[in-house]
Write a protein that binds this ligand. Structure first.
Ligand SMILES: NC(=O)c1ccc[n+]([C@@H]2O[C@H](COP(=O)([O-])OP(=O)(O)OC[C@H]3O[C@@H](n4cnc5c(N)ncnc54)[C@H](OP(=O)(O)O)[C@@H]3O)[C@@H](O)[C@H]2O)c1
Length: 206
């Protein structure tokens, strides 16, 4: 069974992880938020953006995040955005469990990613992901609404944020609606690079 349940996202300095509308996803702010990842060797390989790319600490961190993940869980809005943007060989290479009200057969992609659509809630999706992850961790991939459900249910062990030097002003705020009285955070690591600051916290019940 999986070891930890974690999430890892890029966040703007004012606390947002995405624009409100999926149509704005290829917009200037979104690109600025994710800009730190595009030159990295690992991301270029995984998203089929081309050969080469930068190595170094940012690259190591995204590779380590990928390698520790045995299965992912995501919300339907993240899936909908990704379905349009991911290459045919979707960049997970593991089972992915999509929490949704929509009934749909599993969608198998080349390269080892199969999307399973789970209609009976976040706990069932997590149980299935834990089982599928083997001895690796489960990543709650996003987006904000789904991460928040897991945080408020006390089901997250650890999370990482790549704090990006960009301001959104509005959009999907990572911790909007968090049950703050219930969640205590233990700092694990803070690591600045040229592009972002990587922050990692353990989550404890208060
Ligand atoms: N910055 C980053 O690193 C990062 C990382 C990941 C994602 N994102 C972004 O986050 C955005 C999406 O986030 P979001 O907060 O809008 O949405 P989301 O969490 O991806 O999806 C929410 C949707 O998932 C389904 N869902 C969630 N919980 C459910 C439950 N318990 N039972 C049944 N269905 C459930 C519902 O859709 P249905 O009712 O339609 O089924 C709900 O509307 C995207 O733009 C994505 O690109 C950013």
């Amino acid at each position: 069974m999986a070891k930890k349940v974690f999430f890892s996202v890029s966040m703007s300095l004012d606390g947002f992880i995405a624009p409100e509308s999926l149509e704005d996803l290829m917009g200037r702010q979104w690109i600025a938020l994710q800009q730190w990842m595009f030159p990295l060797r690992f991301i270029r390989e995984n998203l089929k953006l081309g050969e080469g790319g930068e190595e170094g600490r940012d690259n190591d961190i995204v590779r380590e995040t990928f390698e520790r993940t045995g299965a992912s869980v995501m919300g339907k809005r993240m899936f909908d955005a990704g379905e349009q943007m991911w290459p045919e060989e979707a960049p997970f290479h593991t089972p992915v469990f999509v929490v949704t009200h929509e009934k749909r057969d599993p969608w198998e992609r080349p390269g080892g990613t199969t999307f399973h659509f789970v209609n009976d809630g976040i706990e069932t999706a997590l149980d299935q992901a834990r089982e599928a992850a083997g001895d690796r961790d489960v990543r709650i991939a996003g987006g904000g609404a789904t991460i928040l459900e897991y945080v408020n249910a006390g089901l997250i062990d650890e999370f990482s944020i790549a704090l990006s030097p960009v301001l959104f002003g509005s959009g999907i705020r990572l911790f909007e609606g968090v049950d703050a009285g219930r969640v205590a955070l233990e700092p694990v690591r803070a690591e600045p690079t040229q592009r972002v600051t990587h922050l990692t916290y353990e989550v404890r019940e208060r």
